[in-house]
Design a protein around this ligand. Sequence first.
Ligand code: GDP
Ligand code: IMO
Ligand code: MG
Length: 439
Amino acid sequence: MPSLVVVGSQWGDEGKGKIVDFLANEANVVVRYQGGNNAGHSVKIGERLFALHLVPSGILRPGKTAIIGNGVVVDPGALLKEMNDLESKGVSIKNLRISDRANVIMPYHRLLDGAEERLREGAKVGTTGRGIGPSYSDKVARLGIRMVDLVDENALSEKLGFLVPLKQRMLDAYGDRAKLDLEAIRREYVDYGIKLAKYVTDTGEIVGDSIRRGKKVLFEGAQGTMLDIDHGTYPFVTSSTTVASNAASGSGISPLLLDEVYGVVKAYTTRVGEGPFPTELTDDLGRTIAEKGGEFGTTTGRPRRCGWLDLVVTGYANSLSGLSGIALTKIDVLGGIGDLKVCTHYAVGGKRVLRIPADLKKLERCEPKYATLKGWDEIDVPEMKRVLSRGFTALPENMKKYVRFVENRMKVPVVLLGLGRRRNEILDLRKSKWKTRRK
Ligand code: GDP
Ligand code: IMO
Ligand code: MG
């Protein structure tokens, strides 16, 4: 029963989209199981760039079933726009399915996201402003509208009848000037429901049946471990469970159906938004890495903070998600910047710290301790061709050492190595393709 979960091991933007696109070639079904259109997964095919937010990256491989699972929060307007954009670029969305249990992001969620951020003053999270937090809050408070309601005009009207006045009270109490127009919202969302109805179904059944029938199912994580609502740098996190275990609950299957987990690890670290970041480089080197790596948000265009690879962070991701392989991405970006540092542990008051503490005040006191590794020159175009045709042995010696260092410290094999933005700029180091742990 071959199923494989791909999770972010840092603060998101590790290159999950590209890894999922690569693996989707071998898969039958690709599933998003959490997050919403706060995600931005970019995939470069030749000169064409695709930025996916809600639709699984597997959609770019013809014939694959692409599923938006129950654990995702769906902004139907944003989803329809993404579907139209994909179709206008010649990508078929015929095989897209959306869970009838997925919660819907409403206009008041976006307004409340903005209002809450404004009112947090000195304690802003730096959200994407997409209404993610308020939508998950409503889900848990049992005030959510689900896809099954969206496609049923009566159910939708009934819910909006009490939800819109309730949310207006919240906006008023927050001092927000926005006035919600119940009838306009109703009309807009009834129309979305009509347009999306044919895609909405019980996707848990499809995913479970596919795995049981021996089909290969790929789970596409969004965000990253350090943004997890429970395990991340709370409150500077997103509002969903980003670790691998949620692939089961967020897509409506048993955890016993999950076979393997690949953690996507960027060869350095980035973070968008606020919150602690022990290995951050606030100097020119940080800016150089940001420029070389094109570290600007896929969703909001915001510049990403950059720093050295932090093995305390990735070790924590491993302990939470149980990685069977590492997809190490963007290692090409580290070429030509001299010696490289990798954080192996933190120190606080002379004591070694090897695990991310819950207390952010303690995390802020953590002093990252580094190993220094020799750098390598940038790989030029002819050399890249040689590397892609000859494989790992053709890599610069010091790059190989960097990869081995990560593997040895994490005690997890590097199975995929990202060497550039394009689809083919990747080395497949798996011993066997898509093996399963269990028979
Ligand atoms: P995601 O959110 O984890 O899917 O990552 P993003 O797509 O937001 O950000 C990763 C960025 O790095 C994108 O612009 C990718 O095209 C790019 N990228 C992915 N893998 C590699 C790689 O191995 N090398 C380089 N240079 N760029 C990469
Ligand atoms: P992908 O899937 C990086 C960050 C935001 C903010 C915090 C909360 O592309 O890796 P939210 O809007 O979710 O309430 O914002 O989480 N964030 C991300 N950072 N990559 C993402 O997704 C992110 N999704 C949310 O910047 O700090
Ligand atoms: Mg991203």
